[in-house]
Design a protein around this ligand. Structure first.
Ligand code: HBI
Ligand code: FE
Length: 299
């Protein structure tokens, strides 16, 4: 499972009565206050992913990881990380307590600041958490932020997010982020590879997304994705595949308005649907989610 990114999270700071100290919701990372146990959780997660990612994560992810001060032994220090990222792509990592309100989130992204959860999950919740923590945000997102294409794309998402919210079409845009930045796959010379942070920070979904026969894998198409509901509490039923990361650059530049206009009038697709004109790379058996639904009925 993966951290969900929906501001309606049960413990969502963004929705509760929590009053941020600063208007932009940032906090000090307080790096020296992490305990040995917290660093150990990071190490467990890091090493698990390090074994799984060769042959599954895309080349750009591996390159970003190698270029950044992200190591197994300790939770990264955001200032050190930002110094290097800033030189590569102009991005910084800033600490936040958890999910932040949409407009705060977008304002950071539009200015190339990535808000990262300051906390780390507990040893008994290695595979599931409700809000993005430092492992998801830093291990999952930072390496891709070292890539100029993703750097550009996420900034554009921040700018587009503010606008989409005003137009009342934020959920459509959020699906694009979800199926790319969080759960995207890319075709590379030796096969499908992961670039989505939600996958690359999850041991179980890393395998599921690439190897399992259950999910659909479909060529990315903007309007199709804008219409597609997604799951926040379990593996995806469908992964969308870009032919190359550079394809996202065009997406960062085009005007979404004509798409919004069409999509608001169209029906949504269910997460597992395959629809006419889909470029199907692999048609999933749907077995994983069917079994879950079955178990749900029996219970
Ligand atoms: N806050 N810290 C944090 N991280 C997110 O990924 C995030 C958020 N607030 C809102 C949000 N994501 C999404 O709901 C938007 O992308 C729509
Ligand atoms: Fe994320």
């Amino acid at each position: 499972m993966q951290p969900q990114h929906n501001a309606s999270a049960k413990h969502g700071l963004a929705t509760g009565s929590y009053q941020p100290e600063r208007p932009d919701w940032t906090i000090d990372q307080g790096w020296s206050h992490y305990t040995a146990e917290e660093h150990a959780v990071w190490k467990t997660l890091f090493e698990r992913q390090r074994r799984l990612l060769p042959g599954r994560a895309c080349d750009e992810f591996v390159r970003g990881m190698n270029e950044l001060p992200i190591t197994p032994d300790r939770i990264p220090n955001f200032e050190q990380l930002s110094d290097i990222l800033m030189k590569r792509t102009g991005w910084q990592i800033v600490a936040v307590p958890g999910l932040v309100p949409d407009d705060v989130f977008f304002e950071h992204l539009a200015n190339r600041r990535f808000p990262a959860g300051q906390f780390i999950r507990k040893p008994d919740e290695l595979d599931y958490l409700e809000e993005p923590d430092v492992f998801h945000d830093v291990f999952g997102h930072a390496p891709m932020l070292a890539n100029p294409v993703i750097a550009e794309f996420i900034e554009a998402y921040g700018k587009g997010g503010l606008r989409a919210k005003g137009l009342g079409v934020l959920e459509k845009l959020a699906r694009v982020y979800w199926y790319t930045v969080e759960f995207g796959l890319v075709r590379q010379s030796e096969g499908l590879r992961i670039y989505g942070a939600g996958i690359v920070s999850s041991a179980t979904e890393t395998r599921f997304s690439i190897e399992d026969a259950s999910p659909n894998r479909i060529g990315f198409e903007l309007e199709r994705v804008m219409r597609t509901l997604y799951r926040i509490d379990d593996f995806q039923e469908t992964y969308f595949v870009v032919d190359k990361l550079d394809d996202l650059l065009a997406l960062a530049q085009i005007d979404f308005d004509p798409y919004y206009q069409r999509v608001v009038k169209a029906d949504d697709y269910q997460p597992g649907d395959i629809v006419p004109n889909d470029r199907v790379i692999s048609r999933g058996t749907g077995r994983y989610h069917a079994q879950k639904r079955e178990a749900g009925r029996a219970a």
